[in-house]
Design a protein around this ligand. Structure first.
Ligand code: NAI
Length: 348
């Protein structure tokens, strides 16, 4: 099937699949705050989510789909935004590309290398269509600034990245239910840090990974071989190294931080976790509120990544983030996950 041509003079018609925790945020951005785009269709197996798509986002009944095949073949849409469970990403991306649609799919692209390769092969057969994976930190202004500093040589040669993704503890344990389809803490959380490390280090080839982890608060994770605090080291060709930490149990809030160490300087991104620029000083000390979650930390980046997706679909600019980057992030995340289970260093 040929894809729907979208010129820079016409509006992009988008359908969204998945209206859960993150999907409804993407839907809000597409419906209310992204230029040159109309949110016209939605897909979910959950009736209440389709109801929400109608009432909150004004989607017409004929474009509310419980069936994914009907959704991707809806002639009213040029592009799909897939915010579905990770285990569905590869097959849904392939179906959408074959139906002639541009695709934005949330990270990670897939939970095994073979599925990533299948997506890359189908994308190669549809070179006129955009296929983008949501590594949202690439669109965060602070990370972009750091990448520009590295590009300009301001820290010399970067050789070490230390990066963490740490969520506030959720006593309800949402992520314990989510764990069986997420691929575990490294595939779900550290995959962002892995992509960042490759970006900041100039995409070196990963050679070997070693991981360890512990369950501090959520014993239910043991059922699927997962942990709520994980540590990993990755060795790259040419001497560069990366150290990752992921946690589900911070008591105070969300802290995503990255340090890039170079021969002539270091860059620190995101330290402090301040919610805003207000500090209260009193006899009790100096206090600020803490970022509660990833969405508040990356709100601007989520908006900017949709702007870039829409611009790419309208042929206004090319994406620098590629499907190969997503494949490599999965490959490294899997080696780390294997090492967590084997207790031994694993080849990437
Ligand atoms: P969620 O469980 O809250 O939402 C999943 C949604 O998919 C639900 O609306 C569900 O009804 C829908 N769904 C399930 N099967 C479906 C099917 N066959 N067709 C269409 N819809 C279907 O999960 P959450 O947290 O929203 O995560 C979704 C994806 O977004 C995951 O892949 C996750 O890794 C990614 N994510 C990315 C983040 C980032 O920082 N970029 C942050 C959070 C999640």
């Amino acid at each position: 099937m040929t894809h729907n041509t979208v010129s820079s003079s016409s509006r992009l018609r988008v359908g969204i699949a998945g209206l859960g925790r993150l999907g409804r945020r993407h839907a809000e951005a597409l419906a209310f705050s992204t230029r040159h785009v109309d949110l016209v269709a939605a897909c979910s197996p959950v009736a209440a989510e389709l109801e929400l798509a109608a009432t909150e986002f004004g989607i017409a009944p004929e474009h509310l789909h419980a069936d994914f095949e009907a959704f991707v073949n809806d002639p009213a849409i040029d592009a799909v935004v897939l915010v579905t469970p990770t285990s569905l990403h590869a097959d849904q991306t392939i179906a959408a590309l074959r139906a002639g649609k541009h695709v934005f799919v949330e990270k990670p692209l897939a939970l095994n290398v073979e599925d990533c390769e299948r997506v890359l092969a189908v994308a190669a057969e549809h070179p006129q269509q955009v296929a983008m994976v949501g590594f949202v930190r690439r669109f965060d202004p602070s990370y972009r600034r750091a990448a520009e500093d590295i590009e300009a040589g301001r820290i010399g040669r970067p050789f070490l990245v230390r990066s963490q993704t740490c969520d506030q503890n959720d006593p309800q344990g949402f992520f314990v239910r989510f764990a069986p389809t997420s691929g575990g803490i490294f595939m779900d959380c550290s995959v962002h840090d892995i992509d960042l490390a490759r970006w900041m280090l100039g995409r070196p080839k990963a050679l070997r990974a070693f991981a360890s982890g512990t369950i501090a608060l959520h014993p239910g994770l043991a059922d699927c071989g997962d942990v709520d605090n994980g540590l990993a080291i990755v060795e790259f060709e040419g001497g560069a190294r990366a150290v990752f930490y992921a946690s589900r149990t911070l008591p105070h809030g969300h802290e995503t931080t990255t340090e890039v160490i170079g021969t002539e300087g270091t860059l620190q991104i995101g330290f402090g976790a301040a919610r805003d620029r207000t500090e209260r000083r009193s006899a009790l000390g100096v206090h600020h509120d803490v970022l509660p979650d990833f969405f508040e930390r990356f709100r601007e980046a989520f908006a900017l990544e949709m702007v870039d997706f829409v611009a790419a679909c309208r042929g206004e600019r090319a994406l620098t983030l590629t499907l190969s980057d997503a494949l490599e992030a999965t490959r490294i995340g899997l080696a780390i996950t294997r090492s967590l289970r084997s207790g031994l260093p694993e080849a990437v």
